[in-house]
Design a protein around this ligand. Structure first.
Ligand code: SAM
Length: 267
């Protein structure tokens, strides 16, 4: 059961618990469900399900990739389940670096989620176990596309939603670079979008929000940030790879049309 408010939430009925352990950072649980397939929970919150992961991962990765003319070096911060990594590797990129803080998330997902094992065998994939914020502060490397696949702004992920982190992202983007970040639930995290919009507009020439559905995330509508100093989210520079199940160029354009409730918050 995941609680969204003290008296509402989402439940899965199953007796197939595959893993339940506590790492230095969080409680990690995986179970098998007859409709959703393998489901990953961290600290009691759904992170990904086999059935609907593509809604979230395609919308996190492809809008940024579509707006860069030739992305070669990609950085993913968080995302230890490997769903974003799989999408990024579907382009002819040179390398994708995944920086995940919790090695136990990687271990568990490698064992139970079918795609991570395959992606980590790809020679272009590099895995770094570290805090994404520290990695950006210490590394001298720059990237064409940075994707922030964090959890909600509590625990180790809190830092990945803060002003100083986005300042570091700006420093680590190559000219022409684009970053996309998950920002949270339209229903539950609305109050944080106003402040975020203000500081992002201070850092980047282009600081836009976009939305997409994710059936198993709270409220069902998810919000993402698109930031860049040059890329216009309405100027699509490349076609998406074949075989996607959610994202296409029409969905891309539509995702940047904000509902009034969000427009009001972000200006
Ligand atoms: N988008 C998903 C959601 O909102 O439910 C999150 C998926 S992904 C599993 C989030 C990952 O970010 C987790 O594996 C977590 O360990 C990792 N993470 C949290 N804080 C981090 C940090 N400071 N640096 C790097 N990875 C971090």
């Amino acid at each position: 059961m995941e609680f969204h408010t003290p008296s509402t939430g989402l439940f899965f009925r199953t007796d197939k618990i595959l893993c339940s352990r506590t790492s230095a950072f969080q409680k990690i649980e995986v179970f098998d469900h007859d409709f959703y397939g393998k489901v990953l929970f961290l600290d009691g919150l759904v992170q990904t399900t086999e059935k609907d992961e593509f809604y979230y991962h395609e919308m996190l990765v492809h809008p940024a990739m579509a707006c860069h003319s030739s992305p070669e070096s990609i950085l993913i911060i968080g995302g230890g389940d490997g769903g974003a990594l799989r999408q990024a590797l579907s382009y002819p990129v040179k390398h994708v670096t995944l920086v995940e803080i919790d090695s136990e998330v990687i271990e568990v997902c490698r064992e139970f989620l079918p795609w991570l094992k395959v992606c980590l065998k790809d020679k272009r994939a590099e895995l770094v176990v570290a805090d994404g914020n520290d990695f950006l502060a210490q590394s001298q490397r720059n990237f064409d596309v940075i994707l922030v696949d964090s959890s909600d702004p509590v625990g180790p992920s809190a830092v990945l939603h803060q002003k100083d982190f986005f300042r570091k992202i700006k420093k680590r983007l190559n000219p022409g670079g684009v970053a996309a970040c998950q920002a949270g639930s339209l229903l539950l995290h609305g109050p944080s979008f106003h402040g975020k919009s203000r500081f992002l507009k201070g850092f980047f020439k282009v600081a836009r929000f976009y939305v997409g559905p994710v059936p198993t995330y709270p409220g069902g509508t998810w919000v993402y940030n698109f930031v860049s100093d040059t890329a216009d989210p309405m100027e699509l520079k490349r076609k998406p790879p074949a075989g996607l199940r959610f994202y296409n160029q029409d969905v891309h354009r539509a995702a940047f049309a904000l509902p009034n409730v969000l427009k009001k918050l972000v200006g």
